[in-house]
Design a binder for this molecule. Structure first.
Ligand code: FPP
Length: 231
């Protein structure tokens, strides 16, 4: 790893490009998701080795239900398998946090999410957040509802309170958002939390995303001048 690297505390990753990766090989889109899931597992290790405290993966958005049912079913099956692997990783001190509304997920998936969350709650290693049925706008709606349900008066509402009610409560600020696949948009990912994040867009498709791609993104982040509105 190059020297003088500033390692972000919290990286958000939009796992984009699985479908195109498969299409380029004449394979069904699900083959891209299978390969993408392998990259996802490896990437937690790359982040941990680099000293990243927290990494959040955008795995399934509130809008992704619009995809064909067969594709959604295949993705959900992969999540279920991934959660079995995550259970093993809890023994390596990784802490798993799930962002998003679990309600529409299957009972099996909800149960696995609960088990992995509880089993790793006290772990002190890398925090691996998985955004499933997550939308940035939905995150804010959910936060506002929770404030209103507590009958908190309008003049008590400030940025800190909203942050505390988001799915990301207690997580460090997002420093860097990486989106592979050439698209340059946030697609409803962490819209509140990424207000001052740096963005790195890369052409690599997610299944091909390697340790050197992560290092390249962090090197680019290290060269940025973060001013947070100051000078
Ligand atoms: C946002 O782009 C990208 C995501 C929410 C990630 C999508 C990835 C999957 C559904 C597969 C992940 C599964 C595994 C197992 C790795 P978008 O395509 O939702 O938004 P856009 O339409 O703006 O491009």
């Amino acid at each position: 790893m190059p020297e003088n690297l500033i390692v972000p505390r919290h990286i958000g990753i939009i796992m984009d490009g699985n479908g195109r990766w498969a299409k380029n090989r004449g394979l069904p889109r699900t083959a891209g998701h299978i390969q993408g899931a392998k990259t996802f597992k490896k990437c937690v290790g790359y982040c941990r080795d680099m000293g990243v405290e927290c990494v959040t993966f955008y795995a399934f958005s509130t809008e992704n239900w619009k995809r064909p049912k067969a594709e959604v079913d295949a993705i959900m099956k992969l999540f279920s398998q991934y959660l079995d692997d995550a259970m093993k990783m809890t023994e390596e001190n990784a802490k798993f946090v799930f962002l998003g509304d679990p309600e529409p997920l299957s009972d099996e998936l909800k149960k696995k999410i609960r088990i992995v969350t509880d089993a790793s709650a006290e772990n002190k290693g890398i925090v691996c957040c998985i955004a499933i049925n997550y939308g940035g706008r939905d995150d804010i709606v959910h936060a506002v509802r929770s404030i209103m349900n507590d009958n908190i008066s309008a003049d008590e509402v400030d940025e800190a309170l909203i942050s505390e009610r988001l799915y990301t409560k207690n997580l460090p600020e997002v420093d860097l958002i990486i989106r592979p696949s050439g698209e340059q948009r946030l697609s409803n990912f962490l819209i509140w939390q990424a207000a001052y994040a740096e963005y790195v867009f890369m052409d690599v498709l997610w299944p091909d995303f390697s340790k050197s791609d992560l290092e390249e993104a962090v090197a680019e982040y290290s060269r940025r001048n973060r001013r947070f509105g100051g000078i």
